[in-house]
Write a protein that binds this ligand. Sequence first.
Ligand code: PRX
Length: 657
Amino acid sequence: MTAPASQFETVSQENRVFPPPAAFARQAHIKSLEQYREMYARSIADPEKFWADVAGELHWIQKWHTVLNSKNAPFYKWFEGGVTNLCYNCLDRHLHGATRNKAAIIFEGEQGDQRVLTYADLHREVCLFANVLKSLGVKKGDIVMLYMAMVPELAIAVLACARIGAPHSVIFGGFSSESIKDRVNDCQAKFVITSDAGYRRGKVLPLKHTVDEGIAECPSIQKVLVVAREPQKQLHPVTMKEGRDVWYHEAVVGQSRHCEAARQDAEDLLFILYTSGSTGKPKGIMHTTGGYMTFAYLTAKYIFDLKPEDVYWCTADIGWVTGHSYILYGPLQNAATVVMFEGVPNWPENDRFWQIVEKYGVTVFYTAPTAIRACMKWGDVWPQKHDLSSLRLLGSVGEPINPEAWMWYHNVIGGGRCPIVDTWWQTETGGIMITPLPGAIATKPGSATVPFFGIEPAVLSDDGQDVRAGILAIKKPWPGMMRGIWGDPGRFKTTYFAKWSGKYYFPGDGARKDDDGNYWILGRVDDVVNVSAHRIGTAELESVYVEHPSVAESAVVGIPHELKGQALISFVTVKQGKEAGPDLIRELNDLVAKKIGKFALPEKIIFSADLPKTRSGKIMRRLLRDIAEGRALGNVTTLADPSVIEALKEKYSTTES
Ligand code: PRX
């Protein structure tokens, strides 16, 4: 697993520096570089004391006896002996005093419908939902799969699971039925919560129908709870299976509004979230209760500088980790008002984001570079139609942000006055790891800048030496870190801890550290591609292609893409006597849509008689990337058959996307 050489050569020449605006710094939680440095030094010198103090700000039914147990590293344990409930910390804690009737969730539906749930409303709805789950037989420890529209019931259902101690596993609504099947079978979930349908770009998504197809071969499933997107009208015909399927609006009748929060051990499983890695099989990333809770709480508080009057909007989907940590658990623990949006930035028109910012007076806005680049392309006229003066802080996540997009975000959206927090983290890290603190850290376009409290990163060579540009490592455990891969502890150790002999966490990203100590994330060094901030394992696509009877072999690579960040290019060789043409392209695309989801479709499929390989038969992806990017070819001396490359170059330049 080596990084493509070109990746480390693209060392940015960006020198612009933006100090935190004085007015922002004055009111910020962390007000100066000195304050950051002092707290950071403390957090590294005595992490156990630092994190115990943070956890102490939250509600525990029983206090922990050990902050960090490293005996069985890398299976670290945090807050051992502690008993708590994350849903309680998100809701019940805020039911006294002024926050009781404060808006917790402001929901904007794709059709322009809106709903506001105060903390008291949300608490009531979560208790009702939790009681419905209990009435269906969901017990502490039972895994509940969710495949829903981005509606308040998704937030309610997730919090209800946390309340009763049933680990949730949310599947993003863009995944196909096959992906649902694989995930349910992997974790042997007994329950699914879904919506009858959802809206996407004005069209109706048949979510329940997709679930039905997905779980047809999932014997573990006992019940399917169906939430109607609009109970008064049927958006899409739904078949309810007798004895298995239950409408939420029927099951909730007569339920109690009270539901005690379960006693959760700090290390009880909170959720599983599947993500792509460098093999064909997605990994069920496990997060537990106490450490994740503490980390989500503190990162949200300081990085988004949350204050009681903020209107905070993270545009992610709850199906991704960003939605877990920074739509739900982080902001709600901070008693924030959270905007939740069902739709996309360009429907019905290109100003949907800015219209919502103006409508609700959003103060803190967190989105992905791919969305920023798309908005930039549509032009300044769209944001200029709206009053964006409520904004005070902007955030970016999911992929490296190019300086041009950063500058546009800063000037056109932030009016030149809002700091930008470029936050680097992953599903596995549970929360933000490298980021500016907006009142304390000077920002540089394209740099995620400095580590958060308690996080000790390094840039290392393959053999563990400190280098300026190399591979990112995290040297010490932190409370929000993943606790394992569901059902595969061995894979957890080899994927994340084998690189430097078990010493450090290996996130799979390249990085560079500049003279000021700022980190610049350079992208993945493994076979994971980040398309529009969605993580896709190239091996997943490759294993789909070879299921097609005409395909002999394939190799998928990621290349830079102006809007998506990266795009997928698939190289496919067909079996002898099989036709490689437009029909096969269509069939292969259909197969990917069916097996994974449409968002994983490649930009181009190139048919080739052969793939460039080393003499030991290993596909040389580096050369495929060079070809796809039209670059001079790197070292070709290890190539078994050099003529393959010339044929491929010719083929690539003549294939339309
Ligand atoms: O490559 C990094 C990139 O996204 C990967 C994690 O993807 P995922 O687990 O889906 O989580 C996305 C949301 C946290 C990382 O390994 N990435 C994420 N944030 C940034 C980033 N790359 C550069 N800069 C970032 N701010």
